[in-house]
Design a binder for this molecule. Structure first.
Ligand code: ZN
Length: 290
């Protein structure tokens, strides 16, 4: 059998590449389990498009794919499953958490940088910031450096949108039954971010913090620590995400709504809803029902 060689996106060596999940498999499995229709909704492809297993791409060699597996396993067992099973939003973590967040966001940044270079919409200095961030994350993932420099990883598991002005009719439902990831550049506030929503667990790599940002109790220390509530994020990044979800679901967003959304997203440690139908109850409550 002839094996096709290609360049691994991470270690840059020419080897046979294996299929990697864009969104970790345990996340898409959970989305399928939680969704009443049993399908993954992936906003980048259209929120109502039902995707079964096209969430794969050949980008890594087997060695690099294996590098990520231990941190993924730790995240699934110690953060993701307790969050979905029992609404756990406070937890102890080891160095694996920063590694896991870096691995997911590096993948996103890698693909987005390819688009940014071909589209030529970003200024050269912005491209430069993003290229350097990608290299630094790759070096960290390969063990060539012990940290991610001035960048910061953050996590916000479980949040409830409590603002009835939210442009999404069922924001709590949509966030927990979807996965999305993208790079966000905010030139007005000099903010640079890569983030992913993993079925309700938000993970961020802040390349440069925007001028108006507030990140409370969300920072992930390189060597481990403890995530505790209450958490809060106020950043243009958040309303961009909600706007994006709204666009995917075909809803228009006004500027007034956008301004309100910045203050409307926060962690809610009391919420223990675990399944899609329960998220819909949250949304019903948001619209004034019971
Ligand atoms: Zn490799």
């Amino acid at each position: 059998m002839v094996k096709i060689m290609a360049t691994c996106a991470l270690c840059k060596s020419d080897k046979p590449l294996v299929e990697s999940h864009i969104i970790p498999k345990f996340v898409s499995d959970r989305i399928k389990n939680n969704s009443p229709t049993g399908y993954l909704r992936y906003p980048r492809l259209g929120i109502n498009l039902r995707v079964q297993d096209s969430n794969k791409i050949k980008m890594l060699c087997d060695d690099c794919e294996q590098r990520f597996s231990e941190a993924e396993k730790n995240f699934a067992e110690k953060v993701f499953e307790p969050y979905h099973e029992s609404g756990t939003t406070s937890f102890a973590y080891g160095p694996w958490l920063s590694y896991f967040i870096s691995s997911v966001n590096w993948r996103t940044l890698h693909f987005d940088n390819i688009s940014f270079h071909s589209e030529k919409k970003l200024a050269d200095n912005a491209l430069n910031v993003l290229d350097k961030a990608e290299t630094m994350l790759a070096d960290f993932l390969l063990g060539k450096r012990v940290d991610i420099g001035n960048m910061k990883n953050h996590i916000l598991p479980m949040f409830e949108i409590t603002d009835a002005n939210s442009p999404l009719k069922e924001p709590n439902f949509y966030i927990r039954v979807s996965a999305l990831d993208y790079t966000f550049v905010d030139p007005a506030n000099n903010g640079f971010y890569v983030f992913a929503n993993l079925a309700g667990v938000l993970i961020f790599t802040v390349i440069r913090e925007g001028r108006k940002d507030i990140w409370k109790n969300t920072f992930v220390h390189q060597n481990g620590g403890f995530i505790k509530q209450p958490q809060r994020i106020s950043s243009p990044l958040i309303y961009d995400m909600v706007q994006y979800l709204a666009e995917c679901s075909g809803v228009k967003v006004s500027q007034v709504q956008k301004d309100k959304i910045i203050e409307s997203l926060k962690a809610n440690p009391r919420a223990t809803q675990t399944k899609a139908m329960q998220f819909r109850k949250l949304d019903k409550k948001l619209r004034g029902g019971k």
